[in-house]
Design a protein around this ligand. Sequence first.
Ligand code: SF4
Length: 411
Amino acid sequence: MKQTLFIQFYGQTGSGWFDLCNGFSDTWDLCAGKGDFLWIPLELNPDRWYDETAYQPLPLPIEKGTIYVSASYVNHLYQAYLWALTYPELQVIVGGPVASERHTGKPGWQSVHFKVENPLPKNLILTGQSVERFFGVPEFSGQWRLELPPQIPDEGRIYYSYTLENQCYWKKCPFCSIAQHSADHFRKRTNPDLAFTGLDYHGHKIVRLNTGSMTPEHIRKLLPMLPVTSDMEYRFFMRAAAAETRAMKEAVATMGDNLPDCTLGFGIEFPSDRMWQYLNKGTRMTDVLKTLEFCTETGFKVNANVILGWNNLTEQDIRDLEGFMQRLSGKTVTTLQLRWLFAHPYTLIYDTYDGVENSIRLGPFNCGFHVTVPPDQMELNLAAAQVIKEQCRKKEIQLQGYKNLNKGQPG
Ligand code: SF4
């Protein structure tokens, strides 16, 4: 075993598929020349991410030297912190989506997904940049030679990412940490080569096309290129807005019946024109409905993300929500994912909402908080939850996350 290790976490989700959390996918080849890879299984249930008792300083095969840790989720970062404490002679260098993205402000830069509240161990380094930049080579210049953990069964299902860019072109939503990514570290794949298709795995593959939100350019260029095979499906986020719908219609028109199996995630947030304006979503009810309906006609599945926990709802918003849900035809939305508003550090919501006293911490890392809202607003939010629950039942939309709504409530 070399004295340099590249550590990549993975885990099996509640749905049975394996999330490869593969921060090293593009750079596996680059790193393989510098050390050994080690896959480590770690808790994937987000309900346990913030529970410090769920973690131990898992034993490592080396005690001196350097480990590079790819942190896709904040619990990966916490695991790296525990290793730095346990192995003081080991240099622990953390990159990956959680530690590589910067928020720039005063003083200097911070990692965008958390605040560091206490001094870190001296042997723990957060890169604040991509692996390529860290090693001084051009972005996306490596071969895609990801090797899978041997524990994954041949006939299983895996989920992995193919990064298009590390930001969101829209960048305007006040609750979103992706909107805070520093432009200094913009990383964009200018020539998508579909390298993910070369993965040596015969089971089912779920490929996440990774960007904050697909641009109309991505949609026109990439959608017709996606290989259509029975063992491959795609997931990506897109704005439900007029420009994206136009681009999708143009792309689909060139594809005939050769359509890939796609699930599109939409940040619906709260379906009322007034709320979309407040949230800078740049869309409106008619355009959102057109986007979702076109997905249904095409055969794409829709995952609608709705947020509750707003402190400014009106009775009219609830009526608009009800109207939106009623106008959805039975099959327009496959899954509706409900969550309580989370205040990510550095966002406007973090600076302006109540709840900071309930901050969620993992060791020295402050990860943000679930907002709290005054009683009259709580009533409106819960009324909205009831409308959603009832309409999902009527339209046979799979509702997820309903039980998590109590996270923002006092007590
Ligand atoms: S469109 Fe999505 S990814 Fe982009 S800023 Fe808004 S919430 Fe964030």
